[in-house]
Design a protein around this ligand. Sequence first.
Ligand SMILES: [Zn+2]
Length: 259
Amino acid sequence: MKIHQIFTHNALRNFTYYIEFDNNEVIIIDPWDAKQAKDFINSKELKLTTIINTHEHWDHTQGNQELVDTYGCEVWAHIVGQGKIPAQSRLLEPGESIRFDKHTTMQVIDTPGHCQAHLCFIVEYKGKPHCIFTGDILFNAGVGNCHNGGDVEDLYETICTKIATLPDTIIVYPGHDYLQNNLRFTLKHEPNNTQAQLWLEKYNQSNINDKPLTTTLFDEKQINTFLRLDNKEIQSHLALNNPSKKDIFIALRSLRDQW
Ligand SMILES: [Zn+2]
């Protein structure tokens, strides 16, 4: 199994992912641009079997119909996305475990917050969690917004109980590249975060077309403000009166909305 993370060069900075298997079959996650996807699939002589959408927003499903028309592939998405996901053919149930091949399985995790029909997918390789496709729930150094059908309290619960509890080694594959801006947000509220400074330097030297930077959950716990709710520097910056963790999270999300 091989995972390709492809930047799509749009203003929203979407990523599309390809999970390539040894038998040349490929699964695509959140196809932004059908033409870019077809070029990728055809140049590698892969066989597209399945599209998986993390959620129903158009920037994650735009390529569905054209790819289905071209390859006759399936479209898998949240059961709650029924009627909103173009060409959906399989209704995924939270808690499902799907076997891809001898070594690879995928766990389907219900992750409301950014919108209500949002799933994250943990890929396990040889029985160990390898990576998670987080859509618009968790970004590198940030979390998704709640503007289009989301709920910030759901987002808080999802991040605390379903994301932060995963193994530190898991690789995070988000739906967008917002790393640079998110690191600046972290440094605004936690100016002494040396890891965030280092990652910003690393980002500025990286080439997203060549190889996008990836983080693990361990990295996220060091640079993602929304996973650092106990941090004293962040708390004193917010200056809330005796806040709970949820209050801090909600205040940060609101500040990030105006950032
Ligand atoms: Zn999105």
